[in-house]
Design a protein around this ligand. Structure first.
Ligand SMILES: [Mg+2]
Length: 230
């Protein structure tokens, strides 16, 4: 695995904007919310097509591979209404999440504007933020509706995100658990922080030169960054 000096911290004189992914970045991937969402996606497809759950899961994987997300596949090939789908798949048990005081304090101490950039919906992001105790910590959220349903790592989504937040990528830093989602950010001139997990998804698309910092423990890393301020 790629090794980077974990003691190296970004230049806070330069970085004015922090762009955080949400899922598996701002809370531990061990909470595994995606397994619940993934199951609900299967149920949605099962119900919609009147097929078995096993066949629904096969169809779901085909959509994901061809279109980047199951939702985009359903919208492109079957013109579904995204709101109903998102409401259905995000109706899960959030009680596995815990308030993260250390992350809360670290974000508080960090200068600059802070944003959420997620492939999920705003409504879902707000629920997650409430369960990890981070409501009010972010200046704005860019969600899948803002992206016109083009998920990361589609570079068109990043352009829209930069426009919505009105940020300069050259003075921005993006924090993400999926290495591949950092590639467009790096291409656009942003600095990048990878929050690696032991999952294949986290490592997919990894290009070493597009990763500036590695933060296995994001709370600790951010605290260290905040503490580096004179
Ligand atoms: Mg994520």
């Amino acid at each position: 695995m790629l090794k980077k000096n974990n003691f190296k911290t970004p230049d806070l004189e330069k970085i004015k904007y922090w762009v955080f992914d949400l899922d598996n970045t701002l809370y531990s991937h061990h909470a595994d919310l995606f397994t619940q969402v993934d199951h609900k996606m299967g149920l949605f497809i099962q119900e919609m097509f009147g097929i078995s759950y096993a066949d629904a899961k096969i169809k779901q994987k085909q959509f994901f591979r061809k279109h980047g997300t199951t939702l985009r596949g359903l919208m492109t090939e079957h013109a579904i209404e995204p709101f109903d789908y998102l409401e259905f798949v995000h109706n899960i048990d959030f009680s596995v999440l815990r308030v993260d005081e250390m992350l809360n304090d670290a974000l508080d101490a960090l200068p600059g504007k802070k944003f959420i950039y997620t492939n999920a919906s705003n409504a879902y992001a707000e629920i997650v933020l409430s369960h990890i105790g981070l409501v009010g910590r972010f200046d704005d959220i860019f969600d899948i509706h803002d992206a016109d349903f083009l998920p990361k790592p589609d570079i068109r989504s990043y352009h829209k995100m930069i426009e919505k937040f009105a940020i300069n990528p050259e003075t921005s830093i993006m924090v993400e658990d999926i290495a591949g989602n950092l590639n467009p950010a790096a291409e656009l001139g942003m600095e990048t922080v990878w929050v690696p997990t032991d999952t294949d998804l986290s490592q997919s698309g990894q290009i070493d030169k597009n990763i500036d910092y590695i933060a296995s423990d994001l709370s600790g890393w951010l605290k260290n960054v905040a503490d580096s301020i004179d």
